[in-house]
Design a protein. Structure first.
Length: 287
């Protein structure tokens, strides 16, 4: 009996590892909660289709002669069928079914010395509520572009210290799952944009600290948090890899690190899917 027949998963993994990086980057991403799914929408001989998840437009790109949609799947999506709409408006058009597979994320317990960052005062609760609305609005931002570059560079040098989707407890109290990827690095380590785009916003938040939002087009947005210094301003155009600031520990943080979030069609998705070292799950949208 062959290896492929006895151990199909192992055979598939070995096949992936044998592929050159350029080919690995072209494989399909993960249709799981917090993941990114790719949907085929037909040949690109006609006008670009419009696709919606709820009332949020979805990224649609021409790749290898076909229209393909990149769908960010909300982290709280249950396993099963997710319905999208293809048409000129979110309440019109044909339904498209997307199968979402289950995924379990680990648990993380963190201790904060500053208890005021766990048990908030009324003033800070009001501030956090205002900032939550502002961040949600920025995440829904849409700028129509013909092409989106998802062949990312790493935003900072350092050790991956906090994975996306981890269910977190601060001082024993449950909080929202981790919305990004943490990179542990010394204060002052340069931070750069993962891809080209425009600076959408610069802010200083209670939890996220000094932060920069970068709009990469068609609802793809990157967010860099806990920065020490910031070297960009809203509206500024940036090339891939351009410096935007330095690693810090501002906001709610247990030490210097970069918290990196990726947003697609208004929802947080796993940034690791956009990195080449995530073999077999990176996104390559080159035409």
């Amino acid at each position: 009996m062959t290896l492929r027949r006895r151990f199909p998963r192992l055979a598939l993994l070995l096949a992936l590892l044998c592929l050159p990086p350029a080919l690995r980057a072209q494989l399909h991403p993960l249709a799981v909660p917090g993941g990114v799914a790719r949907l085929e929408l037909g040949p690109d001989t006609a006008a670009r289709p419009q696709l919606w998840l709820g009332d949020q437009p979805v990224t649609v790109l021409a790749r290898q002669g076909r229209w393909q949609a990149l769908v960010g799947i909300p982290l709280d999506t249950p396993a099963g069928t997710l319905i999208l709409r293809q048409g000129p408006r979110p309440d019109q058009g044909s339904p498209l079914a997307l199968r979402v597979e289950p995924r379990q994320y680990p648990v993380q317990n963190l201790r904060l010395k500053n208890k005021g960052q766990v048990e908030l005062s009324p003033e800070n609760e009001a501030r956090v509520a205002r900032e939550h609305e502002e961040i949600a609005r920025l995440k829904r931002h849409w700028r129509d572009t013909p092409y989106v570059d998802t062949d990312f560079v790493r935003p900072a040098a350092g050790r991956l210290s906090g994975r996306f989707g981890v269910r977190r407890f601060f001082n024993g109290q449950p909080r929202a799952p981790h919305s990004g990827l943490d990179i542990a690095a010394a204060r002052g380590t340069p931070v750069r944009t993962v891809s080209g785009g425009q600076v959408l916003a610069v802010a200083d938040y209670f939890f996220n600290g000094r932060s920069v939002f970068i709009d990469h087009g068609q609802g793809l947005i990157s967010l860099y948090c806990h920065l020490d210094g910031i070297d960009v301003h809203p509206g500024q155009g940036l090339e891939k890899g351009a410096p935007i600031g330095t690693v810090g520990s501002t906001g709610r943080s247990t030490g210097p690190h970069l918290h990196w979030t990726m947003v697609l069609n208004g929802t947080n998705v796993d940034p690791a899917l956009f990195l080449h070292q995530s073999a077999g799950t990176s996104l390559d949208t080159r035409p």
